[in-house]
Structure formats: C-alpha cells, structure tokens
Design a protein around this ligand. Structure first.
Ligand code: NAD
Length: 435
C-alpha cells in the first residue's frame, strides 16, 4: 500500500508580497542592494518597485513515488524576475532550504548579472526544496521530470532557459531537456544549458564559473600590482564552483591553503595538493579526512589569514557575526549572495575589496549563453574559442565595473549593480509600458 507524506523541509511557503523579506535573508540582501543602486541612479519609487518585483512566479507541488513505494511531496518554484533584455535565464537548485523568497532573490541577481556581462537575457531561477543526497538517481530523475512537466508552460528556449545550480548537474539538465523535448515532439537542446556534451552541451561549461572567478581575481590583483602566483586562497564550498576554482587557482600558481564543504574543512599553509584532493573527494564524497591537512571549521575558514577568500557554497555566510573577522584582502564571491548587507558594511570598514557575485561568478552564465547560441546555430565552437571569449567578457566586465567604481567612488558591488540595474531600466524605458 502507498502512503502520502509531506516532507518537513518543504512545508507550504508563504506567498506574501516580497516587500518585507526576513531580515538577513537572501531576499533582504538583494532588496538592500537594489535600493542602494536605485538611490545612486536617482530612480523614483515606481521604477524601483518595478525593478524589485518579479514578472512571473510559479509554485508547483512535486509528488515523488520513492523506490520503496512510499509517496512524498516536495514544493518547487520557478521565478522570472525580469525579461526586458531577453528570455529568463537561471539555474535550478535542489536544496532543503529552498523557498520562494530565496528563489526570488536568486532570480533578481541573475537579472543584474546577465546585464553586467551584457548578455541578451533576463533573470530567472528555479528550485525544489529537497536534499538530493537523500534520494537515489532514479528518484531524482522522477522529481526532475515531474517538476519540469509542472513548470512547462513557463520555460522554453525563447522564454526561460535553465542551468545547473546547487544540488543539480549536467545529468539533471539532460532530464529536463528530454522531458521538455518529448512533450513537444522533437529535440530542443536550447531549453537548458549546462547539458552533457553528448546531447549538445558546450565545451568549457563545467569549469566556466570557476574560470571566470579566477579571471576577475587576476584583474583585481593586477590593480594592486600583484599576480595570481603571489597569493594564498581559501575556498568555502567544494562543489562544481569551488572545486574547479581550487584546481584553476592552483594551476595558475596560487597557494590554495584551505577548502571546505558542508561536512567541514581542511587547511595546509604550504598549499593543498589539489589534484590529489580532487581524487580524495571523488572517492569519499568530502574534503574531510584528506591526508596532509589539518581540520578547520567553515567559520574558521572565513577568518583565515589569506590574501583571497572565495565563498563558493551558500548565501549569507559573511554576516554581522563573521565578516568582521575576515583577514583576506579580497573576497571574491563564487556563491550567490554570500555577504549580507551588514556583512558588506563590515568588510568595507576593514578595507576588504569585495568582487561581487553578479560579476565574479558570471562566467557560468556567459558560457551558458555560448552553449545556447551554439545550440540555436547547431554549430559548435572549439574549447579554445570558448575560453578566449569567456576571458574577454569577464575582463571587459571587470574593467567597466572597476572604472565606474573609481570614477564615482563606489564599491565594486555598487558599481556592478548600478551598471546592471541601469541597463535593465533603460530597456524598460525604451520599450515603454504596455498597454
Ligand atoms: P554544488 O552543489 O555543486 O556545491 C555546493 C558545495 O557547497 C558543496 O561542496 C557543499 O558541500 C557545500 N556546502 C553546502 N552547504 C554548505 C554549508 N552550510 N557550509 C559549507 N559548505 C556547504 O553547488 P555549486 O554549483 O558549486 O554552487 C555553489 C554556489 O555557487 C551557489 O551559491 C550557486 O548559486 C553559485 N553559482 C553556481 C554556478 C554554477 O555554474 N554551478 C554559477 C554561478 C553561481
């Protein structure tokens, strides 16, 4: 006999208007950042509200028949924050703490990010409140296919294009693409990016976010007369973004002295052997217990005496309690929203340069864009072409943001937000308001 239960982490969310998000939450951080940009740009309340409010949202129930026969229910969301510059673009997250406000924040950041790196996209995001580690591959496939079919009216290669985020990967995107294509009756690779190469993925997509992080770090260091080979780096999060960032930093001569994941962290002040660490993680599923390293907690890692700190896990880790202890001179945000508004103020007070998420981790969406262009043309580029185009976009975007920051005496975050928000607002104004 089958039973139906509701999984605890995903109890029904509130659909209260997103005007007053919980203090310290991702949405509160996103709203505070937009408010600062709107003030610098002198926007009136009407325009500010329009930019703060998602265009479309969908909340879906995702029932799953477990391998045991039991039925459980999850909540899923897709939010299109803004589509003025093009179709919505943004990842799909599987994490137990996903709720509609988090997805709204992540969708808003995607809008500014795509605009900062000049992509013809709006911002979107999706999520299912599930801990993927607790489910088999077959169960995750069923969750993905059901979620995709529930949000089908909202997505498409010209309307809203998904990519992997926390807890999802290239295989997840293949399932989304297949479900969408089967329902349409023909193969539509451009409905997702971050797919496996065998079904129209792009060379370089798997490491693009991390490569972009290293490009902007290099540009920021160069402004201080330093190079990647001069610096030590600590990275929080050793998933798709953090692990490849560690690899690329190490390959370019940086000393990666500490890394962590959700189970804990490790450090070695002489530098970790990253290729061996990657093998260890493949084997054991965690960085913890790697030989030739000492244990360090996630909180301790944030306060290590390093040159560059890369938070590449979850939101809100640099807040009023932790940001004041950061000793790094540069924080390069691999994760989305790792710094709260209170954390940002503390980092600024201590002269820590923050390369913000909407710039620092944009490499992933840049190569997602390249993948979408290739899928639309059915013509594939070489890995070198992609690497060169990515580097050019990242360095150009960094230079624009940094020039504005210096000219107007802004932080890099405010400068990036001003550039992104202004491009979106201009598109609104030029297009006009329908009807
Ligand atoms: P992932 O699921 O591949 O890896 C997440 C990592 O964070 C894992 O190592 C996990 O153990 C760790 N983690 C989870 N909870 C943690 C905690 N409480 N403390 C410390 N570590 C914790 O995810 P990802 O794709 O690498 O994404 C990481 C971040 O980067 C997210 O904020 C995501 O939105 C952002 N991002 C990802 C991409 C991309 O292309 N994947 C692009 C831009 C931004």
């Amino acid at each position: 006999m089958t039973t139906t239960t509701t999984s605890t982490p995903s109890s029904p969310p509130s659909f209260a208007p997103s005007g007053s998000p919980v203090e310290g939450s991702a949405l509160a951080t996103a709203h505070a950042q937009l408010a600062t940009a709107a003030e610098i740009l002198g926007y009136d309340e009407g325009l500010h509200r329009m930019l703060a409010t998602p265009r479309r949202e969908i909340h879906v129930a995702v029932p799953l028949r477990r391998d045991t026969g039991e039925t459980v229910l999850f909540h899923g969301f897709r939010v299109q924050h803004n589509v003025s510059l093009g179709p919505g673009k943004g990842g799909l997250r599987y994490h137990p703490s996903v709720d509609v406000d988090e997805v709204r924040a992540l969708a808003m950041w995607m809008t500014w990010k795509c605009a900062v790196v000049n992509l013809p996209y709006g911002g979107a995001k999706g999520g299912v409140a599930i801990d993927p580690r607790g489910y088999s591959q077959a169960e995750l496939e069923r969750v993905t296919r059901r979620y995709t079919s529930e949000i089908m009216p909202m997505i498409g290669p010209d309307t809203d294009i998904m990519a992997p985020d926390m807890g999802t990967d290239a295989q997840t995107m293949a399932w989304v693409m297949d479900t969408y294509s089967v329902n349409r009756g023909y193969t539509i690779p451009a409905v997702v990016t971050g797919k496996p190469l065998a079904v129209g993925g792009s060379l370089g997509r798997g490491t693009a976010t991390s490569a972009g992080i290293v490009h902007v770090t290099s540009a920021a260091l160069a402004e201080a007369g330093m190079a990647l080979s001069d610096v030590s780096v600590a990275i929080q999060g050793f998933g798709k973004v953090g692990s490849h960032a560690a690899e690329i930093f190490a390959a370019r001569g940086s000393r990666v002295v500490a890394v962590s994941d959700q189970y804990g962290g490790i450090r070695n002040d002489d530098g970790l052997d990253v290729p061996r660490l990657m093998e260890h993680v493949q084997r054991t599923g965690s960085v913890v217990d790697f030989a030739d390293a000492d244990r360090v907690s996630n909180t301790e890692l944030l306060a290590l005496d390093v040159d560059v700190l890369v938070p590449a896990a979850i939101e809100g880790v640099l807040d009023e309690n932790t940001a004041g202890s950061v000793k790094a001179r540069w924080v390069v945000e691999g994760a989305n929203g790792p710094t709260t508004a209170a954390g940002d103020a503390l980092l600024a007070k201590n002269d820590v340069t923050v390369v913000p998420d909407v710039l620092a981790n944009a490499g992933g969406v840049v190569v997602s864009y390249f993948e979408w262009v290739q899928a639309n043309q059915t013509y594939w580029w070489t890995e070198q072409e992609i690497a060169d185009k990515l580097e050019h976009r990242m360095i150009t975007a960094y230079a624009e943001v940094s020039a504005l920051a210096q000219r107007e005496h802004l932080s890099l975050r405010d400068a990036a937000l001003v550039i992104g928000v202004k491009r979106v607002a201009e598109a609104h104004q030029i297009r006009g308001l329908y009807p």
